[in-house]
Design a protein around this ligand. Structure first.
Ligand SMILES: Cc1ncc(C[n+]2csc(CCOP(=O)(O)OP(=O)(O)O)c2C)c(N)n1
Ligand SMILES: [Mg+2]
Length: 805
């Protein structure tokens, strides 16, 4: 079903829209001026890129928000057009004057539209260029996924719209997304390119529009070029008009921009010099005043309301559409077209001239109807009927899905966490619960090698159109059933980790965008998190909810070598906001964590920290599980509620230190056997050695930080989980920490209660070798642990210690 097409915009509505366009430009400019000149600007940083960059989209955004968009449509606004967005929301009654006055300030409207920090109904955050653009594409695929599964059919389909800076199209993630969109049969997606031919630094290359046109056409998009405005189209019909058109077409971008900046007299001189002697065109030029000539030459398609409206109203929802809109950066402002205008700010004097030109009286700068031709009543009545603003609830929600009390898995005596993950999902895949139905998995061409295969065999791959597995139909035996259907629950992506994270971002916002909750799980190799890191950060910043399962990881991957061995990822897990990170060693731990995680992903509550862990668990978030392919001996034990809780909180004593404990080994993940072995090797020479299993350095660290902060604020009894665990460890005791990742991940443990600490881990690029060779080389084997213990926990020489290589 396509969104209803609005009838073409009538002359009265056009008048209102023209007035609103003027108002939007004024308010945005005033907001920026206010932020920089009027409000004390203590950081000395002036607004970068807002004034000129916003002006370039004033017409297009006026047309969209006040006429074309419907409540179900969703928009990613180019980062620097944020003032225009906030001004529009203010006119629609969804943004306060206080927040506009505090634009860029504390608790004010955000510099770049933010779903989480702004209060005025931002659909998709933007800021890091390129990501919001791709988000619209994946949001559209998500909408199709949801509807194909029979959900949300009572709601009209939305169009996913990106307002794209032309320089934004240099970002590689856009091309990755385009290819994926083509594979997945993208529809209901508009990318509106603000073709002002300027980037931050300068004017862009000539002829980019032709590259864009070919590119988008190749990927199956409809391309609509809005080059000339209606004034220009009318002038082209005059005698000599064709010559003018040719001149415009041949004019280099730099020159056009320079002339826009220089104004009417400069246009006249240049045009006269170049085509003035060509008969009738002279008349066309002469009969216009300097101002009229400038208005004509500035009247590019993207600044012409009728052309823009017409193009938008006639777009076909079944095909993704790219609008290439010619615009002028800084349109209507004194630095229009100047190549240095990105960080341009109007001087107080220029602002004063602009105020007068806009008929805004001093003291009435924030008045909604000030200086406009239609009356306040006419404007308000128009605004009251804007289709986009009619529905109160654009931000939807969905009920929480019940998660089983525990996840079942058959634990083999020797097993890796990656195998455990595959088995857990396989078990979930057997059931027909609501929970199982709402899980959606995705992977960038590593579905099989991350152990999602059994799940995919059960649940199938998703595509809007069914596609058979020819191997199956030809009866050729294969382990994996690769059948696509609209009911499938796995979205297979090409090898592009950026796409993985942006898709997870879209799937993980489905409850608020589509009113249907999904439980997205994405798998990838741990080192390649870095490949999509900005997109992961972006997804978290938007508060999308998903689980990433990163496996294999670390030098444990031995034979694969340095290009596949991750080092820094545990630190990413520790530092990334909105992402709770875990690295379990055992499969029973993994099952406990995943079970908790499925609930955590759905939480959206109170920000107050729990007084047990000092973690803000009620707010929920996304999950990162760092897993391994190393099969290790599993512990036969009962998963008591207490153990389960401690695993989720981040650590438990696998071997409690005695009262005279001299050394504790604290380990994370796949090096569990080395830690256990080291404890055994030391047993005769060091008293009461403790073994601390750390399942989440991230959560331990977060709780510790929060508890300290709470104590500084007077809550003297605040204690975090790690503080309680280390409370009884004698002060003279040393701690050796070890993980297959950067040692700084656990190094802070020494600061918790002042224990001397030696962190072991991997700091330098890995290489090929056997696991034993690499653990020895990088110093994370049992012997290295013992050597570290001997160094920090004085006592008699540990007899099993061998000289280090
Ligand atoms: C990933 C990323 N790199 C760099 C920047 C800094 N930056 C902000 S806007 C911009 C260029 C904007 O050019 P364009 O997209 O054409 O928008 P315009 O200002 O012309 O409207 C740059 C480089 C950023 N925001 N994100
Ligand atoms: Mg630009």
């Amino acid at each position: 079903m396509s969104p209803e097409k609005s009838s073409s915009t009538g002359p009265d509505a056009l008048k209102m829209l023209a007035a609103l366009e003027r108002k939007v430009l004024w308010l945005a400019s005033w907001m920026i001026h206010n932020a920089n000149h009027l409000r004390e600007n203590t950081d000395g940083l002036k607004v970068g890129g807002h004034q000129a960059s916003s002006a370039s989209l004033a017409t297009i955004m006026t047309a969209l928000y006040f006429d074309v968009l419907r409540p179900q449509d969703r928009v990613a606004v180019k980062p620097h057009a944020s003032p225009i967005f906030h001004a529009i929301q203010y006119l629609l009654g969804k943004q306060t004057r206080e927040r506009l006055e505090a634009f860029r300030g504390y608790k004010g409207a955000q510099s770049y539209p933010s779903r989480t920090k702004d209060s005025d109904d931002v659909d998709f955050s933007t800021g890091s260029v390129g990501l919001g653009v791709a988000q619209t594409l994946f949001a559209s695929l998500t909408q199709d996924y949801v509807r194909a599964h029979g959900w949300g059919l009572d709601r009209p389909e939305g169009r996913m719209v990106a307002l794209v800076g032309d320089a934004e199209l240099d970002e590689g993630n856009i091309f990755e997304a385009l290819l994926e969109g083509w594979k997945q049969g993208l529809r209901n997606c508009w990318w509106i390119i603000d073709y002002n031919r300027q980037s931050l630094d300068a004017v862009v290359r000539e002829g980019l529009w032709a590259r864009y046109e070919q590119l988008f056409t190749n990927f199956g998009w409809n391309v609509v070029i809005l080059k000339y405005g209606s004034l220009q189209e009318a002038a082209f019909k005059e005698p000599g008009g064709e010559t003018l058109r040719k001149w415009i077409d041949n004019c280099p971008n730099q020159l056009y921009s320079a002339l826009v900046f220089a104004g009417g007299a400069a246009w006249r001189k240049r045009l006269n010099d170049e085509i003035g002697d060509q008969g009738s065109v002279s008349k066309l030029i002469e009969k216009r005043s300097d101002d009229e000539l400038a208005a004509l030459m500035n009247n590019l398609g993207g600044h012409d309301l009728p052309s823009v409206l017409n193009a938008f109203h006639n777009a076909d929802p079944e095909r993704p559409t790219c609008f290439i809109c010619y615009t002028v950066k800084g349109f209507g402002l004194p630095f229009a077209g100047h190549k240095d205008n990105h960080a341009g700010l109007m001087t107080p004097q220029q602002m004063e001239t602009f105020r007068q030109a806009m008929d805004v009286r001093p003291g009435h700068e924030w008045d909604k109807y000030e200086g406009l031709a239609p009356t306040a009543q006419q404007l308000q009545s128009f605004l009251d009927h804007v289709p986009f603003a009619t529905s109160e609830l654009r931000r939807l929600n969905a009920p929480t899905l019940a998660v089983p009390e525990s996840l079942s898995v058959t634990i083999q005596p020797v097993m890796s966490t990656q195998t455990g993950f595959g088995s857990i999902l396989n078990e979930i895949g057997r059931g027909e619960s609501d929970f199982a139905r709402h899980i959606v998995t995705t992977s960038p061409d590593v579905t099989v090698s991350t152990n999602l295969g059994p799940w995919v065999n059960r649940r199938g791959l998703f595509a809007r159109q069914a596609m058979a597995d020819t191997f199956k139909s030809e009866r050729i035996p294969s382990t994996f059933n690769w059948e696509f259907s609209p009911k499938g629950q796995h979205i297979e992506l090409g090898i592009a980790e950026m796409n993985l994270f942006i898709l997870l971002s879209a799937l993980g916002l489905s409850h608020t965008i589509n009113g249907e909750r999904l439980l997205p799980i994405g798998t990838l190799y741990d080192p390649f998190i870095a490949r999509g890191l900005d997109a992961l950060n972006y997804a978290c910043y938007q508060d999308a909810r998903f689980m990433i399962v990163a496996t294999p990881s670390g030098i444990t991957l031995a034979g694969e070598g340095g290009a596949h061995q991750s080092i820094a990822e545990p630190l990413i897990g520790l530092a990334q906001d909105g992402l709770a990170s875990f690295e379990p060693a055992y499969v029973d731990e993994l099952a406990a964590i995943m079970d908790w995680a499925f609930s955590y992903m759905q939480k959206d509550g109170d920000t107050a920290p729990s007084d047990r862990t000092w973690l803000r668990d009620e707010t929920g978030g996304s999950i990162y599980l760092r897993l391994s392919t190393r099969p290790i001996d599993q512990i036969k034990r009962e998963m008591t509620p207490e153990l389960r809780q401690q695993i989720v909180d981040g650590a438990y004593w696998q071997r409690k230190p005695g009262p005279n404990c001299q050394v504790v080994v604290a380990y994370t993940g796949a090096v569990a056997p080395e830690a256990i072995e080291a404890v055994g090797l030391m047993a005769e020479d060091r008293r009461d050695v403790g073994l601390l299993a750390i399942t989440s350095a991230d959560r331990l660290n977060a709780g510790w930080t929060a508890a300290q902060r709470a104590r500084e604020r007077g809550l003297v009894h605040a204690r975090s989980h790690i503080e309680r665990l280390l409370a009884d460890v004698p002060p003279h005791c040393g701690i050796v920490t070890v993980l297959d990742g950067h040692p700084a991940t656990l190094a802070w443990l020494g600061a918790v209660a002042g224990h001397r600490t030696r962190p072991l881990g991997v700091e330098h690029f890995g290489q090929t070798g056997s696991l034993a060779e690499l653990y020895r080389h990088y110093g994370i084997d049992a012997n290295a642990i013992v050597a570290a213990a001997q160094a920090i926990a004085p006592g008699r020489p540990i007899r099993h210690l061998k000289a280090l290589p």
